[in-house]
Design a protein around this ligand. Structure first.
Ligand code: XMP
Length: 321
């Protein structure tokens, strides 16, 4: 891998921001660029750097891909509007659901999301807008894990030998590619982003599709979305690095109101980690887990089994897909 890491201890935020803003300006010249904001700290920092460099020549979109958490699209768009950054909400739910239909293999799912995002949704937006550049928040760990073939992160392209200009018709600019997450958070804070952004737990690019074993249909996405909201609420007091609900494909026999129910299983994961490279399950109090299991079985239709993951990364990964 040719990219050199900028370590947190060596990071001078003022110099970094100045350099990246100048580089984005030089690269785009007097042209136009687009970017997608997901609300995560990586895309938030990239958006802010891009707006400093290009002002209204950067058009920022929030792509609703049907894979987001409850209320996420509107929450992110309104937060950035308050920060003075106009964001256009694009409804691409049908495109992503069509692309994911029938796919159960994890890497094929990731590939379908990548292709839908870069070729279909962004390809047509870039063509319509006349932009030649796409700004995106790929970070150092994304590249490292993809190159090491641990998981194909949806946003890593050039390092896999993909020529975006030839394949999709635009050049990708990645201003935070030398930073790991703690360094990105430091830049976010420096840029004046609110705590809910710079301190926000990570959320994966393939979003809730990374938390469904088997096919990600609209119906199964709704189930994992409900479960995610409950898990995040119930475990917010744990100060975990990240917590999540995973919907399994296998069913198990349960009993509800005296009747057999061949129902669904939710696995809860709650991680302690500093860099997401290694992670350990948090020792969540038993009472908290018990209450959480009750809420999940009552509120998420069809769930009869709730498990808690106790394996560390490695050999686990944090997301299930
Ligand atoms: P994994 O599952 O690779 O996740 O141990 C490490 C951290 O990266 C976040 N993250 C992603 N994970 N695909 C992933 O599997 C992605 O595209 C992605 N983007 C971010 C993940 O949530 C965890 O914090």
């Amino acid at each position: 891998m040719r990219i050199k890491e900028t370590r947190l201890s060596d990071l001078d935020c003022a110099a970094f921001v100045k350099e990246q803003v100048a580089w984005i300006s030089r690269t785009v010249g007097d042209g136009l660029a687009v970017n997608a904001l997901s609300g995560g700290v990586d895309s938030a920092v990239t958006t802010m750097l891009g707006h400093r460099a290009l002002g209204s020549r950067l058009k920022t979109y929030f792509i609703d891909n049907a894979l987001m958490r409850e209320g996420e699209p509107r929450r992110v768009v309104s937060l950035f509007r308050k920060l003075g950054v106009p964001v256009e909400l694009v409804d691409a739910r049908a495109e992503f659901l069509d692309a994911l239909a029938g796919i159960t293999d994890p890497e094929e799912k990731r590939e379908a999301i990548t292709q839908t995002f870069y070729r279909k949704v962004f390809g047509s937006m870039v063509r319509k807008s006349g932009a030649k550049f796409l700004l995106q928040g790929t970070n150092f760990t994304d590249v490292e894990e993809t190159v090491a073939k641990v998981k194909r992160q949806h946003n890593v392209l050039a390092q896999l030998g993909i020529d975006t200009e030839k394949e999709f018709g635009y050049t990708v600019i990645e201003p935070i590619i030398s930073l790991r997450k703690p360094a990105v958070r430091k830049v976010a804070k420096y840029l004046g982003l609110p705590k809910e952004i710079y301190d926000r737990p990570p959320f994966p690019g393939p979003a809730l599709a990374a938390r469904i074993i088997g096919e990600a249909t609209a119906e199964r996405l709704d189930l994992v979305r409900k479960a995610t909201a409950i898990v995040e609420d119930a475990l917010k007091g744990t100060k975990a690095f990240q917590c999540m609900a995973i919907l399994h494909e296998d069913r198990v026999t349960g009993v509800r109101n005296g009747r057999r129910e061949f129902g669904l299983q939710i696995e809860v994961r709650c991680w302690d980690s500093s860099d997401a490279v290694t992670a350990k399950p948090k020792r969540v109090p038993w009472n908290t887990l018990e209450t959480l299991a009750k809420r999940l079985t009552v509120s998420v239709p069809g769930v009869v089994s709730v498990t808690y993951n106790i394996a560390a990364k490695p050999p686990s990964t944090m997301e299930a897909v």
